[in-house]
Write a protein that binds this ligand. Structure first.
Ligand code: SAH
Length: 256
């Protein structure tokens, strides 16, 4: 079994090892975060199994996925579990292979580019910078009323960048909680939606404004929130032109 990180979306961000194993797999299990462009690179005759949200909105439970991987492996198949970003960063990758480890099934883990670093790069926002931040923290905003059991003392330290995964659903309460606990409402914040993909959107605001902007723009995710003064560097370092907004290639004028 190969547990493989597929990166945040741009197929060019796959590792060479991911691609090599994708072309050897007999069966591939993937979910919502995996885009078409990446799935198309899987060996053509490999079986593809979707384990994300099903049409009836039923999500395959973690233990069901693990059981399925185990069964397929026991059938003698080369199984590849494809996960968005890095499988060991908020990816439950550990849970999925625990069963395999217990059953003595050999596996490999292939790291991927995690959303924070992929999206920040494509948004022109360095996660660290000597003038702005010497620490970068990755947290999940998923949890009751958006505050889960976040370590606020740690999150509010100066000169650091905070990348919040899974924070979109709780964006308003999350940014409010930062302010209530003492962060400056004017602290820059960027919401990167569909980062590294042709439909990437970057909303720039502050802790006080970013949630409103996201609501108005109808952001659906996946989206990652980057908080910290590094966000200002985007003014200078923005480089990525999402395809959907890219100007059409100029065609040679017809000679008459
Ligand atoms: N293992 C993944 C994270 C899975 S959690 C990784 O390492 O990246 C899912 C969260 O990742 C989403 O809620 C979102 O916050 C973030 N994410 C994943 N892909 C993204 C993308 N292309 N653009 C923006 N955020 C993304």
């Amino acid at each position: 079994v190969y547990l493989v990180g597929a990166g945040p979306g741009d197929p060019d961000l796959l590792t060479f090892k991911a691609l090599r194993l994708m072309q050897r797999a007999d069966v591939v299990l993937y979910d919502r975060l995996i885009g078409r462009g990446i799935l198309n690179l899987v060996r053509r005759d490999a079986e593809r199994i979707y384990v994300g949200k099903l049409p009836q909105e039923h999500t395959m439970a973690q233990h069901e996925i693990s059981q399925l991987i185990l069964k397929l492996a026991r059938d003698g198949k080369r199984v590849l579990r494809l996960k968005g970003g890095d499988p060991f960063v908020f990816g439950r990758g550990g849970e999925e292979i625990e069963l395999l480890a217990e059953a003595g099934i050999p596996f490999q883990v292939v790291p991927g580019i995690t959303a924070a670093s992929g999206c920040a790069a494509y948004a022109g926002i360095p996660l660290t910078h000597r003038d702005h931040a010497h620490t970068c923290i990755f947290v999940t905003g998923h949890g009751k009323d958006g505050q889960s059991d976040l370590d606020w003392k740690l999150l509010l330290q100066p000169r650091q960048t905070v990348a919040v995964y899974m924070g979109l659903a709780q964006l308003a309460s999350l940014t409010r909680a930062f302010i209530e606990r003492g962060a400056a409402p004017s602290l820059p914040a960027a919401l990167i939606d569909n980062g590294t993909r042709p439909n990437q959107q970057v909303l720039i605001g502050t802790l006080a404004t970013v949630a409103d902007k996201a609501a108005k723009a109808g952001i659906k995710g996946p989206a990652i929130l980057i908080i910290g003064s590094v966000v200002r560097l985007r003014e200078k370092l923005d480089w990525f032109v999402p395809e959907e907004q890219a100007p059409l290639p100029a065609t040679a004028p017809m000679m008459e």
